[in-house]
Design a protein around this ligand. Sequence first.
Ligand code: GLU
Length: 376
Amino acid sequence: MKLSKRIQTVEGSKTARFIPLLDALKRQGRSVISMAIGEPADDTPAPVIDATKRALDRQQTRYSDMAGLIDLRNALAGRFAGCGQDNIVVFNGSKQALYTIFQCICDPGDQVIIPVPCWVSFAEQVKLAGGEPVFVATADHQLDVDAMAAAVSDKTKAILINSPNNPTGAVYPRQDLERIARLAIQHDLMVIADEAYDFFVYDNLPRSSFYDLETVRDRLIITRSFSKHYAMTGFRVGYAVAPSAVATAMIRLQSHLTGNVCTFAQHGAMAALEMNDGLLIQRRADLQRKRDLAFDQVSGLFPCIRPQGAFYLFPDISGHLHQGETSGDFATRILEKSGVAVVPGEDFGMDGHVRICFAAPDDQLLAAFKRIREVL
Ligand code: GLU
């Protein structure tokens, strides 16, 4: 059987592969500590669980509007000045939102500028849409806007910005977002802003969303998620905020793809929005404390830039590589010898590093670093 050329050029998700891999190791009786997959260890909030159960009891088990429940879209639109429900589309996680965006904006050969290191799915999603990812290096994990400007060509369609960043935890300052906005306007490009971790910014740094920049809104698509903030990764609810013409195109694709997002999961998401910000503020404080704990541990082992947001460390492990070893080999060595799972930096386009998720219980964090230290 011959598979399409399209799927042959695409690799499976390098982060998601850890889910079955670690399950298999645990079933073999191995003692595994996962710091690989990016998900919070917290419980899903009780109001979300209750609302989902109530939705099931009320038989909210049928198709819903393909763009998302009207009440959910209205509630989301209310959080973005000048937005209406026509600007909001609910997806099965922001991962599907991003996939859909590239399908809707890329023609074959169109280029999308992506700062690296970057989340594993961006490039593959651009390729699935027939586009070409154009990687631009960052400097100490911050944007190199001059290099991004130099990468613009007559094929450039969009610039993709992910802040707080996965895998580095970098948060880009507003003046850099403004420079990117000016670049996009000057060259008539779209801006895609993946803001899946938008609330998780530490040390009282300002939370800068691209949406704050009014001049760019007519060419801006934002994706956000319930997964990380509300520990709802399995619910698969995320959304995009987009100009209405783009939103309409995305809904057209959705109508042939998944139809709506699970109806009762959307009721759970609505309950999350109805909660006041107290829970998020508390989770952010707890993650900042974990960031400090994990940063303290990692700094004793490897050079590492202190993350300002999200929940990842991205240390430079190059000083501990055996001859010829890549970050992938290193991660395999650590997993085999210590049972601690981390994601190789090469999967994010930056070898010599690994990504460590610190959204784990404290005792696991400490145990994981102890095991890594022993292997080293
Ligand atoms: N976004 C998370 C991560 O980077 C979950 C897995 C995935 O979708 O990539 O680990």
